[in-house]
Write a protein that binds this ligand. Structure first.
Ligand code: ADP
Length: 271
């Protein structure tokens, strides 16, 4: 991403096309000699629920880690809510973004990981209000009000005074979801959020995500190995294969009528 100092910006978007909330434009990412993503073009529309499926190592996590600014593309550009992520536009040219700009764009994204990462020494309420108070500058009362609403949504209103260790893994993951939502992000990222859970706790977490998805107000990008869940929640499924989009379409297209042998054999593992 380095050769960007004088890259000229592409022309304005075509008229009449909806502006995506997230746009990857020819994004490549390598770690040393390993080419993880290869000229990825991917648009996500506002309020769309996009599921990314694919074999382990195909680059799924890297796609969303770049949105969180945890990884930087080797080349190409990423836009979130019409703001370039790693660059700033100055007089029609792209220059590398500074930390202040990165922070601003990062604020539009909420992420829930496999490991819920709650602060163990803080109550559930404090876990939920720390970032909105310190990052968004909300008053404690405003933050608490938002936190109660979100904890209610994930069915854990009564746990505000509990500590994470007093909750099950599924409950902790639901708190992590509430905590991300309190920040009112434009885009929510879910990276295999049930992978670390005991099987009997998976359902409650997926059902909370489905409820939030069905409200239709949040753009979601979900990496998942739960095909039934992807079918239920996603508007579109992208099959990532070796750093490229192998196939994409509605859950019906991708899961019921896979065209490529690669996708067919990938899906067989879940039957
Ligand atoms: P997936 O989420 O589909 O399993 P990832 O995006 O996690 O795939 O990883 C894709 C490839 O990139 C893997 O081969 C992985 O080992 C490699 N990779 C990911 N992160 C790093 C890193 N920080 N350093 C080196 N290699 C990495």
């Amino acid at each position: 991403m380095v050769e960007t100092a004088s890259t000229t910006l592409d022309a304005a978007p075509e008229k009449g096309r909806a502006e995506p909330i997230v746009r990857y434009d020819k994004v490549s990412k390598s770690f040393g000699n390993v080419h993880v993503l290869k000229e990825l073009d991917l648009d996500v529309q506002p309020n769309e629920k996009l599921a990314i499926i694919g074999p382990s190592g195909s680059g799924k996590t890297t796609i969303i880690r770049m949105l969180m600014t945890l990884e930087k593309p080797t080349s190409g550009t990423i836009e979130v809510d019409s703001e370039l992520l790693w660059h700033k536009r100055v007089d029609g040219k792209l220059i590398p973004a500074d930390e202040k700009h990165l922070r601003k764009v990062r604020g539009k994204i909420g992420m829930v990981f496999q490991q819920y990462n709650l602060f163990p020494h803080m109550t559930i309420m404090r876990n939920c209000i720390t970032a909105p108070v310190h990052v968004l500058g909300l008053s404690k009362e405003e933050a608490e009000e938002r936190a109660v609403t979100m904890l209610e949504k994930v069915g854990l209103r009564d746990k505000v005074d509990a500590y994470p260790s007093q909750l099950s893994g599924g409950q902790q993951q639901r708190v992590a979801i509430a905590r991300a939502l309190v920040m009112q992000p434009k885009v929510m990222l879910f990276d295999e959020v049930t992978a670390a859970l005991d099987p009997e706790l998976v359902g409650e977490v997926l059902s909370v995500i489905k409820d939030i998805a069905s409200e239709g107000k949040t753009t979601m990008i979900l990496i998942t190995h739960e095909m039934e869940f992807a079918r239920d929640v996603a508007d579109r499924i992208v099959f990532l294969d070796n750093g490229r989009i192998g196939e994409q379409g509605t859950p019906g297209d991708v899961l019921e009528n896979p065209k490529s042998e690669r996708l067919q054999s990938f899906l067989k593992r879940f039957r």
